[in-house]
Design a protein around this ligand. Structure first.
Ligand code: C2O
Ligand code: CU
Ligand code: CU
Length: 500
């Protein structure tokens, strides 16, 4: 079965046409949700590469890739001719030897987002550039106590990140649990968005799209439009969800189900939390348990308002005007109920930095300024980047500066615990990400965070503050923090931190 086009999917989602789809199996009809739901092709997952005896050897080639998306022939980018790229499955303590070959037209490199590994040399070093036609051998050594969870990989060559990610370059990494969580089935859902031009190529972003943070007009789950996931009642599924969109925020809901959140990013909770919905900013991941309920259900993304550019332009949204919910996938649950699974074995207790002494406090101001009237950056380029710097482009800054790979913005002591106030002075949300070391949320918008919450991407809403704490443990070296609206990162909203 061909993947459906978005239009077909939307049409079939209407109550009237659901009857047609249900015709062959009338049972669905009676169990349908009131709106009527009907999915597309069977859900597929990327190929899995799993470590053996503590090692995972991987060869990835980034290259143009021909694929059918939403019923159309498209030329996108892929790792190993797959969108998403292969899922890497490892254990704490493993070593990943990964060679990346660049068959793109622009330089690229690789970042293992969220992994707690060294940022130096040929480990998670984002300052490396792999020229077209070249290859580079990475080696990542995971600590023995690396947190289990869902991570991902994507390009990180400044100035090309948004284009390459939007084109289709991303893949999942799973660090397996030392104590298995009982589930009938595990699934990886890599959610991304893309826009295709008339000729099937990936649509180019205009300067305005970049300033707003581009959003594709098709949202894909593992490269598919509205795939159908099949299960039997009472089955407990583990869904590892990655927001691999370049800029789009995902506010996910699944009606009629018990959904338990095991954690966000590397931040596994001591106890699963029962939730109604989950919001993932670009870069965030969710690790969920879903106990299946009979019926045909939609996994939906609710439109998220992430601000705008102030006086000049409208609001940003993750849906077309008037459209508030997008169906991302269809969960079709029928057949004989299975035996319910037991509860969980107790997980570990995460560290709590609220109980520890802070060694330094900093303020990072995330701002947007008009480039007009001269000043640095305006059309003249800066020392920085391969980024296109159109005249009239806004500058996206941290503490007033655009990214410069040769400047160290923050020096932190190895083993120190810092408290950072992330201050957003712009009318747009920025999801702030730090490499290597996760952040514990302390306060958001003046409210103390009660729960123990660790994330590696933290949303800082327009015109407000978020306070986090970070323990700079285990590794030294230079790496980056940036806005994970990747157009903003490419436009300069990134800084360099050196831990030593
Ligand atoms: Cu997911 Cu610096 O990135
Ligand atoms: Cu990252
Ligand atoms: Cu931003």
């Amino acid at each position: 079965m061909q993947p459906m086009t978005r239009r077909q999917a939307l049409l079939l989602g209407g109550a009237g046409t659901a009857a047609i789809a249900a015709g062959a199996a009338g049972l669905w009809w009676t169990r349908d949700t009131p709106q009527g739901v009907s999915g597309g092709a069977d859900f597929e997952q990327p190929p899995v590469l799993k470590s053996v005896n503590g090692h995972l050897d991987v060869e990835l080639t980034a290259a143009p890739h021909q694929v059918r998306i939403a019923g159309r022939q498209a030329t996108v980018l892929g790792y190993n001719d797959s969108v998403p790229g292969p899922t890497l499955v490892v254990q704490p303590g493993d070593q990943i030897n990964l060679t990346l070959a660049n068959q793109l037209e622009a330089p690229t490199n690789l970042h293992v987002h969220g992994l707690h590994v060294s940022p130096q040399d040929n480990s998670d070093n984002v300052f490396i550039a792999i020229a077209p036609g070249e290859a580079f051998a990475y080696k990542y050594q995971l600590p023995e106590d690396h947190p289990p969870g869902v991570y991902w990989y994507h390009p990180h060559h400044h100035g090309n990140v948004a284009d390459q990610l939007f084109g289709g370059l991303y893949g999942a990494i799973i660090v397996q649990d030392p104590h298995a969580v009982a589930a009938t089935r595990e699934r990886v859902l890599v959610i991304s968005d893309i826009s295709l031009a008339a000729d099937g190529s990936v649509a180019k972003a205009h300067p305005m799209d970049m300033m707003m943070g581009r959003e594709g007009n098709v949202v894909l789950v593992n490269g598919q439009v509205n795939p159908t996931l099949q299960a039997r009642p009472e089955e407990r599924e583990r869904w590892r969800i990655i927001n691999a969109c370049t800029s789009r925020y995902l506010h996910l809901e699944l009606d009629g189900h018990k959904v338990e959140l095991l954690g966000i990013d590397s931040g596994r909770y001591a106890e699963p939390r029962t939730v109604d919905d989950v919001v993932l900013t670009p870069g965030n991941r969710a690790d969920l348990l879903v106990t299946a309920t009979a019926g045909t259900w939609a996994v939906r993304a609710v439109a998220v308002d992430r601000g705008g550019m102030g006086m000049m332009h409208g609001r940003l949204g993750s849906a077309a005007p008037g459209q508030t919910k997008t169906t991302l996938a269809t969960f079709e649950v029928n057949g004989t109920p299975t035996e319910a699974l037991d509860g969980f074995s107790q997980q570990f207790a995460p560290r709590d930095l609220r109980a520890e002494a802070v060694t330094a406090k900093r303020e990072l101001v995330f701002g947007m300024t008009m480039g007009m009237g001269g000043g640095r950056g305006m059309g003249q380029g800066t020392a920085t980047s391969g980024a296109t710097r159109d005249p009239g482009m806004m500058e996206f800054t941290i503490n007033g500066e655009v990214f410069d790979p040769d400047r160290v913005d923050i020096t932190a002591g190895s083993g120190s615990i810092e408290e950072w106030t992330l201050k957003n002075t712009s009318p747009m949300d920025h999801p702030v990400h730090l490499h290597v070391w996760p952040m514990q949320l302390i306060e958001t918008q003046g409210q103390t965070v009660q729960d123990l919450q660790w994330q590696d991407v933290v949303n800082v809403p327009a015109n407000s503050n978020v306070t986090v704490r970070i323990a700079f443990d285990n590794f030294v070296g230079k790496t980056v923090y940036h806005c994970h609206v990747l157009d903003h990162e490419d436009l300069g909203m990134m800084g360099v931190i050196e831990v030593r």
